[in-house]
Design a protein around this ligand. Sequence first.
Ligand code: OGA
Ligand code: MN
Length: 460
Amino acid sequence: MKQHLKRALELLFVPFAAAIVFFEQVLIKYLNVAMAAFARLPPIARLEAWLITLPPYGALLTFVMPSVLILPIKFWAVWFGAHHRYTLALATLIAGKVLATAIVARLYRILRPTLMTIRWFAWADTHFFYWRDRAYAFVRSLPAWQKAKALIERSRTWLTGLVSGFLRARSAQERYSARMAEPRIVPTEAALGARVEGLDRTQIAKPEVASLLKKALGDHLLLEIPGAPMTPEQTRDFAAAFGKPRTQLLRYKRVEAVPEVSVMVSTLMKDGTTDKTALRSEDWHTDDSYFSTPAKATLLHSIDIPSRGGNTWFCNMRAAYEALPDATKNRIDGLRAIHAYDTPRARNRPSQRTAQEIAETPDVEHPLVRTHPDNGLKALYLNFNRLDRIVGMARAESDALLDELAAHCRQERFHYAHKWTVGDAVIWDNRATMHRVDVDYPMGEKRVMQRVLIEGDRPF
Ligand code: OGA
Ligand code: MN
């Protein structure tokens, strides 16, 4: 009986979840892209530049305005419905919804910094997101949700395949070589990571290749992809298979023509001019946690490597969380922590920031245990370089807890080392891993990497 009830509920839930997934992952995403393109038109750009200068309550008024203006459209829909013109009523409702979502999402992007200066708004915003994210995490961990997501993903792949098939009818020879080019995913023997063999990097934009790699990254948290060195443009396009490339904080590392790609020089210099980021990477960290919305993944691509040493180590933070005693899990679930650009707890000091970069990196708060948005699994969210203290705890107590968790994560059973070869592309999931580099390579031997960050979500 219970089984039947469960199945019946699931039957109802799958189309419902599919509709939400579609709304959240497809509609909002493309609406944002469309609005961003729209915002490049000079009059719109001028309007947006002016909106930023509004005082807090002016911004608030502007923010609620579209919802008010959309009301007549809703009445209109009702009117159509009342006159038995149901198709028109439904079409008006859908168009109104899409329009309102597009405008409100864009306004939220632009006005949020101003609105956050209103105290009650900041409070409401934080709590709203907190509860919304928790609710989503719960829903995302349900099997019906996973099914709905797979359904959407499959239909998207199928549609894209169909469209590209129409655009370019392939010969039998091409179809054969495309099948042969199917890469193989070979997991490491360690706690995380897999090697991608036989990938033709020029095929990365193909939906079936991209979704295979994305799934592999989700399963293994770290992918090692050997190949030839790439230009910054190629690296950016390659990384784009995993999500949207994003510029990093420190301007001086960015490639001017391709700002989403940074060049990280970790060559050790005798005269003491070694880049600070290189030394800082020596201890366990996750990238970008000093942002309220950190990058979900990082891709590192080796251009020059030293003759020995310089391995990059990875730690599986999901496994580390799961291995904690239940008492510790209960103690830390729900705790929040402050991540700062610098903290006296870090082993090394960070790079210098410009005034603008300092303004962009205020202290932020993140959960100590993070839920993965794709599968609802929990992981410890630590960063030995940035994590300053637990919210609501005295310094000594907070230090003791952070030290205890750090010691737990330093156990080798959670680790795996990547040994670099020139041309490797390595990508990892920042939401469920930490990484560090062995600063043990010969002085003066070049170590140069290209790096791309992939846009992520707010941790919950
Ligand atoms: C990074 C990083 C480690 C390395 O780029 O975020 O930590 O091996 N790099 O260079
Ligand atoms: Mn790093």
